[in-house]
Design a protein around this ligand. Sequence first.
Ligand code: MN
Length: 502
Amino acid sequence: MTFDHLLKSIPHKFKPEEVQLLERAFEFSRRAHAGQKRKSGEDYIVHPVEAAIILGKIFPDSASLAAVLLHDLTEDTKVTIEEIEKSFGKTIASMVDGVSKLGKVRLRNSKEPQYVETLRKMFIATSQDVRVMMVKLADRLHNVRTLEFLPEDKQKKIAAETLEMYAPIAGRLGINKWKDELEDTCFAIVDPENFNKTKQLLDEELSKKEKNMKQLEKDLIHVLRTEGVKFQIVTGRTKRVYSLYKKLFKKYHGDLSKIYDIIALRVICKSTADCYAALGAIHQHYQPVPGRIKDYIAMPKPNGYQSLHTTVFDRNGSGFEIQLRTDLMHEAAERGVAAHWFYSESGKQSTNTKGKLDWIHELRSWQEEGGTEDDFLESLKVDFFKDRIFVLTPKGDVKDLPTGATCIDFAFAVHTDLGYYMMGAKINGKMSKISQELEQGDVVEILKTKQPVTISRDWLKSAKTNNARSRIRQYLKEHDKGIMARVKELRDFSLPTFMRKK
Ligand code: MN
């Protein structure tokens, strides 16, 4: 394993001082890990280097890459975090420290008392610098790719933890490329029976639909050309096994006919305007399926995902999903957070499509225009972490709430009915008002009564989530109805008997 291999495997042109930093980190790590072997029998250094290549392909940030190269040193060698700080500075050292802390989080043994504490640290570390999470995910992805060398019980444990914890985080960060790979690899190990069952269904369906899709693809290109819509490519994408499994068996009870996006066609357009123009052209030529048009461009998903989705019937009457997006949106869907913050910062869309890594050059020029390292870090605290907080139940379940959410929101997020029985709340072990706003990492315990409590209209003022607000409204409506009925009853009783209604 050489430094040259690392550098050549990342399609990015680093500045001379960046190359120097990476080479120093590589040498430092290689020397410290010398003599150590992985379960595969390879030299240990192969792992940090491969993880760095994984990260470099979507996010060639030299500090993050140095941190990946150094990430296992404090755990597995005599090197201390102080030594890393001395050689590589505070930023890289604190990233390495954050990554080793994340490595201690074990989802499975949730009875451990430190569990809540480590989980909390994990989310706080994440929200302070998203890069820590990206380094950890690259580490995990390489470990997952090399699971075959571990004993079976360990494989299952790591795969289960990845499926429950790391894949959803990759999804939350919008890095779909990583999420897809983590999910399918781990699902096959955790639940081989369902994996194979779903995969077989998927393969059968694909072979049935493939011919129609090829036809639709040709057709679609023709339609877009004659309508004069500017587009770059039309490609097919097939649904992943795990995502099909979740949708099919958890939502549609195995009814495959309800799922339209087993194969989808993707149209990559030059601009947002072209996406809408293409959608219009498509709906003129194909019958759209009602209720299946989704505008994630105007209303992006919480992880930043943007595209237009529609489902249309082809000439043979089978339904196909078509996804329309610009090349930048496509990049963002693959790289997530790494690309997302960039185009929200630049505020405009680049039309330059020559190099895949143009966004990082844009970043550099933006930095050179007077941005500081602090601004750079600030920009990585992406929007969705800015307006979301992670709050824990005493058992360590994480609830993801909007900033400003209160104990009332939390109670309804934990359980639909819990809010109706809430008489008080403890935040981090201290009694607090139920209207108290929660902060990042708070551990919240809801104190409940046996009888439903009386909910006042004031609760609406303290509830920030739609879920809590609609629950409270529902309660108030029924409560009012109950009172009106009783008032009517009492009124009737105050009348002389002969005047009472039957
Ligand atoms: Mn590692």
